[in-house]
Ligand binder design. Structure first.
Ligand SMILES: O=P(O)(O)OC[C@H]1O[C@H](OP(=O)(O)OP(=O)(O)O)[C@H](O)[C@@H]1O
Ligand SMILES: Nc1nc2[nH]cnc2c(=O)[nH]1
Length: 180
């Protein structure tokens, strides 16, 4: 068990499990994007470690860029997506892959995919480490998925609880009595 601020978390996905699945995703992406010079858009802050691990194992020639979006406050969705750092590159006629740490309500991905398609991308796909199907409120299609998880709050491997816990090597889930 670990404590972050006023909350207790328990181990949920170990670093070796994460790495194994991320290597598989990199292989799938290599196969699908060969010769397409894809543009990967990493959604900060949460996706920084997933992206780093993914790109270490990806060999297809590609470009990598970053946006910073924020929708979650403490342990819940604010219902709004704030763009803190926008996209500098043109996506016109590009094959785009969004790299995200988690799809929860789907609000962030629904807005970003609509924006990129509207800007003339040839294709827009989502690669996310985690997804909570029971929390989804938007129509979001995920092409590359690490793990489907229950609708419980998680931290670690990039994900935070009030800006803490992003540096944990594995994913931890909020400890709720009776939920284990
Ligand atoms: O599917 P949704 O309900 O939109 O939630 C998913 C978003 O929430 C998290 O970002 P957050 O707003 O916490 O910002 P951060 O990545 O900087 O921590 C996560 O990184 C996703 O971008
Ligand atoms: N840290 C964290 N951020 C999120 N953003 C959307 N869902 C989550 C979650 O379960 N944990």
């Amino acid at each position: 068990m670990i404590t972050i601020k006023d909350k207790t978390f328990v181990p949920f996905l170990e670093p070796v499990e994460l790495e194994k699945r991320i290597v598989e995703l990199a292989r799938e992406l290599d196969k699908d994007y060969e010769g397409k010079n894809p543009l990967f858009i990493v959604v900060l802050k949460g996706a920084f470690l997933f992206a780093a691990e993914l790109f270490k194992h990806l060999s297809t020639p590609c470009e990598i860029t970053f946006v910073r979006l924020s929708s979650y406050e403490s342990m819940g969705s604010s219902g709004r997506v704030k763009q803190i750092i926008g996209l500098e590159e043109s996506v016109q006629d590009r094959h785009v892959v969004i790299v995200e740490d988690i799809v929860d309500t789907g609000l962030t991905m629904a807005q970003l995919t609509a924006q990129l398609s509207g800007q003339g991308a040839s294709s827009v796909e989502i690669a996310t480490l985690l997804h909570k199907p029971d929390a989804l409120r938007e129509d979001v299609r995920i092409r590359y998925l690490g793990f489907k998880i229950e609708n419980r709050f998680v931290v670690g491997f990039g994900l935070d609880y009030e800006e803490h816990g992003r540096n944990l090597a594995g994913i931890h889930v909020l400890y709720e009595k009776g939920a284990e």
